[in-house]
Design a protein around this ligand. Structure first.
Ligand code: SAH
Ligand code: SF4
Length: 362
């Protein structure tokens, strides 16, 4: 089966020409895919019936995702979906909405997409990391998550404003499919969202960051740092291996120099582990001169081993960074009660597919 959502506009043109059709058929298909969100080729009504049949005979399909669970937060601003991919693999995607400050303005609607089923990086505080790695997702499966939400929003007269690659999996460990998805989503004849409205979050695969800097894309990059020293980081991110905290910061600098886009460092704050004032001071001295931004994420607890710090400790951590001149924000906590951290919902529903968790000593 070949999914029409996989094809970039140039590839769609080659396909229609190969099948003996005029070039403009490609635009008819693309318009339908990205504005009407059909679930079957037979729903692309602009095309002649014979051509629709020819596409199906060639093995083309539209691999739409099937919703198996939808959970909304109490305030209605976070919606988490458990979606089945074509092979019945369940994955997660989240919509976070931020009301507009204008009277009748549209909300900011950010979709958080998954790029892998599970993750091989094994971060000890992350529900996806604790499931282990199942498989990489195809570009069309990443795009399919966006389309699924776009369709839901269209019914309310709303649209997607931002896409973050912060769901299940490590995007840079699935590099080529992630880049293809970015191209499909940002192409003016594809989904057409601005490159600047996309952010890729990585645990810090340095070769991937350097490669991404060369792509000539204006997308944002977030590097998940979580610790100011290698000992603590290697414990939180057991697969960090040879890439040190310094290497990551340097990779962020190179990315900024090449693309002009400032890097955000993400920092999951975990009570009693990486949230002390001393650690905040170390982090501040590490980052104070490089103009980067720190996003503090109070932990979404996934197991009883780790907790979220008290609010006042989070604010104290933020204050230390701020007073040292480090640009810093605390992520608005969204969807905690609906297990909105990546991998949590699938774990709630399926249990851990690969229960290899070790007991962790503090
Ligand atoms: N693999 C990538 C992208 C997916 S995770 C990465 O690690 O960056 C996206 C973000 O969610 C990361 O910053 C990660 O540290 C954070 N995260 C994972 N589990 C979390 C949890 N339980 N609570 C808060 N943030 C979490
Ligand atoms: Fe993978 Fe990111 Fe979770 Fe780490 S935090 S296990 S890299 S998804």
């Amino acid at each position: 089966m070949k999914d029409l959502y996989r094809l970039l506009p140039e590839e769609m043109e080659s396909l229609v020409i190969e099948l003996g059709q005029p070039r403009y058929r490609a635009d008819q298909i693309l318009y339908s895919l990205y504005y009407k969100f059909p679930e079957k080729i037979s729903e692309i009504k602009q095309l002649p019936a014979k051509f629709r049949d020819a596409l199906s005979d060639e093995g083309f399909t539209i691999g739409s995702t099937k919703e198996i669970q939808r959970i909304k937060s109490k305030d209605g601003e976070t919606t988490k979906l458990l979606l089945n991919l074509r092979d019945e693999t369940p994955i997660e995607s989240v919509l976070m909405q931020y009301p507009s400050k204008k009277l009748f303005g549209h909300p900011r609607s950010t979709i958080c997409v998954s790029t892998q089923v599970g993750c091989a990086m094994g971060c000890v505080f992350c529900a996806t990391g604790q499931m282990g790695f199942e498989r990489n997702m195809k570009a069309e499966e990443i795009v399919g998550q966006v389309i699924h939400f776009a369709k839901i929003l269209l019914e309310k007269g709303q649209h997607i404003t931002n896409i973050v690659f912060m769901g299940m999996g490590e995007p840079l460990a699935n590099y080529s499919e992630t880049i293809r998805a970015v191209k499909l989503l940002t192409h003016p004849r594809g989904f057409g969202i601005g490159q600047r409205n996309i952010t890729i979050s990585t645990i810090g695969i340095i070769s991937g960051i350097d490669k991404l800097a060369e792509e000539n894309l204006q997308i944002g990059l977030a590097i998940s740092l979580h610790a100011p020293n290698d000992k603590l980081r290697n414990w939180l991110v057991p697969t960090a291996g040879s890439s040190s905290v310094k290497d990551l910061i340097n990779a962020g600098k190179r990315f900024f120099l090449k693309t002009g886009r400032r890097v955000t460092f993400e920092y999951a704050l975990i009570e009693g582990i990486n949230d002390s004032p001393e650690i905040a001071t170390d982090l501040a001295s590490l980052l104070k001169d490089n103009g980067s931004h720190v996003n503090l994420i109070p932990l979404n607890p996934t197991t009883s081993d780790f907790s979220r710090p008290r609010r006042r400790n989070v604010l104290e951590f933020e204050r230390i960074l701020y007073n040292s001149g480090v640009n810093c924000t605390v992520r608005v906590e969204k969807g905690t009660e609906i297990s909105a951290a990546c991998g949590q919902l699938r774990t709630d529903v399926m249990g851990k597919s690969n229960n290899k968790r070790k007991k962790i000593k503090k």
